[in-house]
Design a protein around this ligand. Structure first.
Ligand code: G
Ligand code: G
Ligand code: MN
Ligand code: NA
Length: 255
């Protein structure tokens, strides 16, 4: 309850900001995207993790307002970066919660944000989790189709940890699977994790989806993922999530 009332004031008091984690091509040569990750610095409590306050915001319904702020801010930032000469193929990925995804105003909101910011639709990627996608698959497939029609990209986050039906996955026609970090962590030691990643990559490839591995921390993990045919990586090996100015410094070194 305390967090809930504090969060109500957080937006007004500008206590929220975004960090951006670089996404890099598997060869490490190209910056291909950024994932926007929400941060809250409370004046007394200090930095509060989204793992802590997103569930609160989901329970209280505040996630709609917070999520709208994230979407607008991330799109505005990406548009600014494009104007500064960042690669036009670069994408800005935003996490969507179940309540946001189920809200009837979502597609209209995305249209608004794209119009308002002037961000090309293909530069925006919306991340769903398997549980968001599978909550009501028929409804979700319909929303995904409408979002795809706008030209925005869609990905499934934490892939492999939830349980999605393969037949629905085919109908979703999302652009990208994000392989959960739990499969990456021991990929060099654990033959089962390696097999799971190989299976996910094979399935993605046959369904025409791109793949990104999350939580890549070592060169050995990256090498193995490259050997298995993964397209992109995100993780501490390249960078943790960064405030905008530090992301810009990272981009200058990698463009
Ligand atoms: O960046 P970090 O480890 O702190 O994120 C913790 C969790 O919070 C992750 O599951 C991440 O997906 C989630 N998260 C971060 N930012 C957002 C956001 O803007 N919206 C939603 N729905 N979840 C977010
Ligand atoms: O759930 P989602 O995948 O959106 O959230 C990603 C989470 O993983 C964030 O909290 C982010 O800070 C964290 N993260 C990103 N890269 C790494 C990494 O290389 N190692 C670990 N342990 N966590 C990471
Ligand atoms: Mn994510
Ligand atoms: Na994830």
């Amino acid at each position: 309850l305390q967090l809930e009332s504090a969060l109500r004031q957080a937006l007004d008091r500008h206590e929220l900001h975004l960090c951006f984690q670089p996404q890099v091509s598997i060869d490490g040569r190209r910056l291909v995207g950024a994932e926007a990750l929400l941060r809250w610095t409370h004046p007394q409590l200090g930095v509060i993790s989204p793992a802590e306050f997103i569930p609160v915001a989901e329970g209280s319904g505040q996630i709609l307002q917070v999520g709208e702020w994230v979407l607008r801010s991330a799109a505005r930032q990406m548009k600014q970066w494009l104007e500064q000469g960042y690669p036009p193929a670069m994408t800005m990925a935003v996490n969507l919660s179940l309540a946001q995804f189920r809200h009837p105003g979502l597609v209209e909101l995305v249209v608004d944000v794209l119009q308002e910011t002037g961000l090309p639709a293909h530069c925006l990627e919306l991340e769903l989790t398997e549980s968001v996608a599978m909550h009501d698959p028929a409804a979700a497939i319909a929303v995904v189709r409408r979002l795809r029609a706008l030209g925005v990209l869609l990905s499934i986050d934490d892939f492999g940890t939830g349980y999605s039906s393969l037949s629905y996955l085919k109908q979703f026609e999302v652009h990208k699977l994000k392989i959960d970090q739990s499969f990456v962590q021991h990929i060099n030691q654990d033959g089962h994790d390696q097999s799971i990643v190989r299976a996910i990559l094979g399935m993605a490839s046959s369904l025409g989806m791109l793949t990104i591995a999350e939580g890549v921390e070592t060169a050995a993990q990256r090498d193995e993922l490259e050997r298995l045919g993964c397209d992109e990586v995100q993780g501490y090996l390249y960078s943790k999530p960064l405030p905008a100015a530090e992301f810009e410094a990272f981009a200058r070194r990698h463009l």
